[in-house]
Design a protein around this ligand. Structure first.
Ligand code: SF4
Ligand code: SF4
Ligand code: SF4
Length: 391
């Protein structure tokens, strides 16, 4: 922890979406390095407001002195959660992988029940926000079906994450098939949640349990020469930053060094002459919302580099705003007003560019921005596969 390096310039504060809209949150400087000076290991946490931070990491990207206010706050959130009674809603969201497994198994019934008025009343009583519909579950999750597909010298493991697994396997399969078409062997071994929802809800032991399971599987594949591919940028940030970092996973460094965002990987395949694709014309006008966690990954905007190769594609890059949902953050009733205020700014930026679709690499961003702008949302792969022709 490097709170001593903070020179109190407040650049992080200017970049904090929660501070901008919620006066109860003192901002990254005060919640992070300033308060850390007074947090004693043996003392019980009293700063309940740390839970108002949505962990978008914008403060860390902005800090010119390499301080990690979001990580300092995350540690404070975990300490606070460990010392106080957990709310049912935090327990529920931390265990989203198990809920997703159940929801997917009982998909048609679970979706119908979740949409009823009684279910909404129950959710509200339990502290869950219902301002927008929950994503519906799909019975045919990514977990089902063949686990090894395609042939090729080059081999990849696909980490599809919970959202594509339980809610949008159609997008997951599109990405999988796109990778197969690139002369790659694609393996989708048994995998669990990356651990981010558990970490974000203060349950570090549960997050470590998920991470250890994944790391054991992926580590073996990496040893055999496979690269690890992820699509959701929040999963990617967890794999590359939290596995070797706060979660202290033994093979975390190896996982971080061998993990690639899917679009970053396609660009790499092109640069290394593994593929020489043609890009067909796509006459569409889109707004590309840059997820906060893609910014935090520090890999640039690979989807944008691919979009710029597509003839006819009219796209506007929007990277000034967080969508406000931040995984389960906005689904908590206590954060609803904050999530909506942040989201309103991002949705206004989308609407201003008057696109036919808003595109984002994060399922949560897509849900929030589509709901708030009334404009359909797409994953970048849905645009890229429309154009890409592998010869
Ligand atoms: S992680 Fe995001 S919400 Fe939390 S303090 Fe930093 S900028 Fe603010
Ligand atoms: S954490 Fe970084 S950006 Fe924030 S006040 Fe300190 S030095 Fe400035
Ligand atoms: S939901 Fe998307 S934009 Fe919002 S905090 Fe998460 S990654 Fe960032």
């Amino acid at each position: 922890m490097n709170f001593e390096h903070c020179i109190r310039c407040t650049i992080c504060v200017e970049n904090c979406p929660v501070f901008r809209v919620n006066p109860e949150f003192p901002g990254p400087k005060q919640s992070g390095p300033d308060s850390q000076r007074f947090r004693m290991t043996g003392e019980k946490s009293v700063d309940s407001w740390v839970s108002l931070c949505c962990q978008c990491k914008r403060c860390e990207v902005a800090c010119p002195y390499g301080v990690n206010p979001a990580e300092i706050i995350l540690n404070a959130q975990i300490k606070y959660a460990g010392e106080h009674m957990r709310s049912p809603v935090a327990i529920m969201f931390a265990n989203n992988y198990y809920l997703g497994t159940l929801g997917s198994l009982a998909a048609p019934i679970a979706n119908r029940i979740a949409a009823t008025g009684i279910a909404k009343k129950f959710f509200n009583l339990a502290g869950i926000s219902t301002y927008m519909p929950f994503p519906s579950f799909d019975f045919i999750s990514m977990n089902k079906g063949r686990r090894r597909l395609g042939k090729g010298q080059r081999k990849v493991v696909f980490f599809y994450g919970c959202f594509l697994n339980f809610n949008r396997p159609d997008i997951g399969k599109k990405i999988r098939d796109m990778l197969i078409s690139m002369d790659l062997e694609v393996v989708m071994p048994s995998q669990v949640c990356c651990g981010l929802p558990a970490l974000g809800n203060g349950q570090i032991d549960l997050a470590r349990k998920f991470a250890s399971k994944n790391a054991a599987v992926f580590g073996e594949y990496i040893n055999k020469g496979y690269d690890l591919i992820y699509s959701c940028t929040s999963c990617g940030l967890t794999l590359t930053h939290d596995y070797p970092g706060i979660l202290g996973i033994a093979s975390g460094k190896k996982i971080a060094e061998n993990s690639y965002n899917v679009n970053e990987y396609i660009l790499r395949l092109i640069e290394e002459n593994h593929i020489a694709p043609e890009f067909r014309e796509v006459r569409r006008k889109i707004a590309y919302h840059v997820p906060c966690h893609l910014r935090a990954l520090g890999i640039g905007y690979p989807a944008v580099r691919l979009f710029s190769k597509i003839p006819g594609l009219d796209f506007k890059v929007l990277d000034d705003n967080c969508c406000g949902l931040s995984g389960s953050y906005g689904f908590k009733k206590k954060n609803q007003a904050t999530a909506l205020k942040i989201g309103a700014q991002a949705a206004a930026a989308v609407k201003k560019s008057n696109p036919e679709a808003v595109v984002a690499d994060c399922g949560a961003c897509r849900m929030q921005l589509s709901y708030m702008s009334g404009i359909p949302a797409l994953d970048p792969s849905e645009i890229i596969t429309e154009s890409l022709v592998i010869k």
